[in-house]
Design a protein around this ligand. Structure first.
Ligand code: ARG
Length: 285
């Protein structure tokens, strides 16, 4: 009996099924870099707001093209980071846990996003503890991975667990270049109970790394190079994974595993320290 190697290889690649996604985005009409709250930001470098808007529009159009239900919150003048909608809160089961930002420059965004959640009929929970929403909270299967170390306070992980009644796993971030959890972990299979992730090991302390290795033995490990341009800061529907177009090795790994990576260039928004996922807040009814 002979084995057709090609067929064996082919069948090893799983079939990925896209799932419907509903997201909130904020047009970067007032985007610029005038303060520095992460290592990517340099107020001395020029920014091009029109280019930021054009690049963001490509992301928006990509999502619409994938059939996502995309909602928009109005940008507010004087809040240049509002484009990074992921930080505006965390939404599961129709409950929106509001954000309470670390730095004063972004603090007015918290109430602005909570107003939007209220207007869209979400059950809003005002935060007591400092947290930067989906930037540091990622739903994987039925557990919430929660980052801390630079922005989100670990006390908020307790608040989060009480609100949603789901297990919350604390992960410690140790590299200032990966200051939000969504810069160090990508969720690949949203909605799937046993969903996989991609991550950058060096972004975590040893105990956190041990948790990740144990829970996700088949995780995609990305290169330092791809992570440095926020390649992990991506958004997946379970089949299509929208990633930074420059993250070539991540793209190859995704393809090998049966995903459909779609590259988008958000170079201008990288000047603010954000990428694809930062511009995307998932709304789960
Ligand atoms: N300039 C923003 C900040 O430092 C970028 C936020 C990026 N967002 C994210 N979800 N990682 O807060």
């Amino acid at each position: 009996m002979s084995i057709d190697l090609d067929e064996a290889t082919m069948s090893a690649v799983p079939t990925r099924i896209p799932t419907a996604r509903t997201v909130l985005m904020c047009k970067p009409s007032y985007f610029t870099v005038v303060y520095r709250i992460n290592p990517y930001m340099d107020p001395a470098l020029p920014t091009d707001t029109a280019l930021a808007v054009a690049q963001w529009q490509t992301l928006y159009d990509t999502y619409v093209g994938l059939g996502f239900d995309v909602h928009l919150i109005d940008p507010i003048e004087g809040l240049p980071d509002m484009v990074y909608a992921a930080n505006g809160g965390f939404v599961i089961d129709n409950i929106a846990y509001g954000a309470k930002f670390t730095y004063p420059e972004r603090q007015p965004e918290g109430p602005a996003y909570m107003d939007w959640f209220r207007s869209a009929d979400f059950d809003v929970r005002e935060p007591v503890e400092t947290n930067e929403g989906e930037g540091d909270f990622l739903l994987v299967g039925d557990v919430i991975l929660a980052g801390t170390g630079f922005r989100t306070a670990s006390n908020s992980h307790v608040e989060l667990a009480e609100i949603y009644g789901r297990p919350v796993i604390t992960l410690n971030l140790i590299n200032p270049s990966f200051y939000h959890l969504d810069t160090a972990i990508a969720v690949l299979d949203p909605g799937a109970a046993d969903g996989n992730i991609a991550y950058l090991p060096s972004a975590f302390d040893e105990p956190s790394l041990e948790i990740l290795r144990t829970r996700y033995p088949d995780a995609v490990i990305v290169s330092e190079e791809d992570a440095a341009i926020l390649g992990l800061n991506s958004f997946s529907d379970g089949y299509n994974v929208v990633i930074a177009s420059r993250a070539k090795d991540f793209e190859r790994q995704l393809r090998e595993r049966g995903y459909n990576p779609i590259g988008v260039d958000l170079s201008e928004l990288l000047l603010g320290g954000g990428g694809v996922k930062c511009c995307t807040l998932e709304l789960r009814r």
